[in-house]
Design a protein around this ligand. Structure first.
Ligand SMILES: Cc1cc2nc3c(=O)[nH]c(=O)nc-3n(C[C@H](O)[C@H](O)[C@H](O)COP(=O)(O)OP(=O)(O)OC[C@H]3O[C@@H](n4cnc5c(N)ncnc54)[C@H](O)[C@@H]3O)c2cc1C
Length: 375
């Protein structure tokens, strides 16, 4: 029997497995398509500040804690795997196109200053000095120095290598259910029929976490996002650029050698994996408005995946109401950002039975479902 079985080998499941194994636990991860979920689509923005919404201050604090942990996490991961994860620290430029957009930038700036966060207003000329590829039609900007990015797929590949390096076993199968014995999670049953018994079971199935047999009801729902990858943008962008184009949001995230990710739609359509003409059109249209040279780039990939959404956009961490079942899911738009803090907090819980304070507000009992004090 293994100490820990992790259901799900996306960024969150693998990072938890890696950190738990480094704490001396024996760990098995089960996933029939590791890395093919939301983690394949993520733009890789580490953006607690630019993403900060009103009424989401606790999530912002969690995001800032995770952002602070990213440089060390990336360095350790690169050392453990021998692979690069593409951490970029140039910051994020947020730009607006009309007066309403600029007003929204102002209120975002005010909110960030109220929280004591670093962000500064830029004139159109200053914005273009920092990012010459921006259209001259930009009406104003904000520089969020602390918001970084990482290459999400490179992080996943490095986690696969790092988990192998610390003896984590990866089982390439589907989980059919969490096995419950004497009122306690006792491992997982595979779709092929076998059972993997474990001391503790970790639920990290992303958007699929809400519907696994044996798991208490959880408010996790799929939030569809369509995203594009373009190539040929060597030297085009230094920063992540987020834009409000007449009220509509678009972002451009440079990665690798000349890659740019353009995203993303936000749609409540269940597990619909279709890439639509309208979705691609809107993303390209808005990206070209912001950076006209995008028109010349090669469109190399279109993809739709599902963010694991929750009612308050924050993750579900810690013990569930089923003893022996730990939650590491519901990361919605911030799963890449929150990977280090989730991994550290969950590994601490698995090793010591204590959930660190930073993660404590994110147990499922805030929704009065699926959790309790017990393990
Ligand atoms: C378009 C888009 C853009 C995004 N951009 C960003 C961003 O810039 N920054 C950011 O921080 N976040 C971003 N996100 C969010 C981020 O991608 C997610 O929060 C994160 O990837 C969640 O990781 P996960 O490991 O929990 O889930 P996933 O990556 O979905 O992994 C779940 C895993 O579970 C496996 N699985 C599912 N069911 C079963 C089963 N029954 N048995 C076995 N395995 C199973 C799947 O194969 C998958 O590998 C974005 C998301 C989308 C869709």
């Amino acid at each position: 029997m293994t100490d820990v079985v992790v259901a799900g080998g996306g960024l969150v499941g693998l990072a938890v497995a890696w950190r738990a194994a480094r704490r001396g636990l024996s760990v098995t991860v089960v996933d029939d398509a590791p890395g093919a979920g939301a983690s394949a689509a993520a733009a890789g923005m580490l953006a607690p500040v630019a993403e900060a919404g009103y009424r989401e201050e606790r999530l912002l604090r969690l995001g800032l804690a995770s952002l602070a942990g990213w440089p060390a996490f990336a360095a350790e991961l690169e050392a453990a795997s021998g692979m690069q994860v593409g951490l970029r620290t140039a910051g994020t430029l947020v730009v607006g196109f009309d007066e309403d957009d600029v007003r929204e930038l102002d209120s975002l700036l005010l909110f960030q200053h109220e929280l004591g966060l670093r962000a500064g207003r830029l004139t159109p000329r200053e914005a273009r000095r920092r990012e010459p590829a921006l259209t001259p039609r930009v009406r104003g900007g904000l520089l969020v120095e602390g918001d970084h990015s990482v290459d999400g797929r490179a992080v996943h590949a490095a986690l696969l290598a790092a988990t192998r390096g610390v003896g984590v076993e990866l089982v390439g199968e589907r989980v059919a259910e969490v096995v419950v014995e004497d009122g306690r999670a006792a491992g997982v049953r595979l779709a092929s029929g076998g059972v993997l018994p474990a001391g503790t079971t970790v639920l990290a199935l992303g958007a699929h976490s809400g519907a696994l047999p044996g798991v208490p009801p959880l408010p996790v729902r799929p939030v569809k996002g369509q995203i594009l990858r373009l190539a040929g943008a060597e030297g085009l962008l230094e920063h992540t650029v987020r834009a409000l184009v007449r009220g509509r949001h678009v972002y451009l995230v440079p990665y690798g050698d000349g890659g740019v990710i353009v995203g993303a739609t936000v749609e409540d359509r269940g597990f619909d994996a279709r890439v639509t003409a309208g979705g691609v059109h809107d993303l390209l249209h808005d990206a070209i408005e912001v950076v006209p040279e995008v028109e010349e780039l090669e469109l190399i990939e279109t993809l739709a995946r599902w963010r694991p959404g929750t009612p308050d956009n924050a993750p579900l961490l810690g013990y569930s109401s089923l003893p022996g079942l730990v939650l590491a899911t519901g990361h919605h738009r911030n799963g890449v950002l929150l990977t280090p803090v989730t991994a550290e907090a969950t590994a601490e819980l698995l090793a010591t039975g204590i959930l660190p304070e930073v993660a404590a507000p994110f147990t499922a009992d805030r929704f009065a479902v699926g959790t309790s004090e017990g393990r």
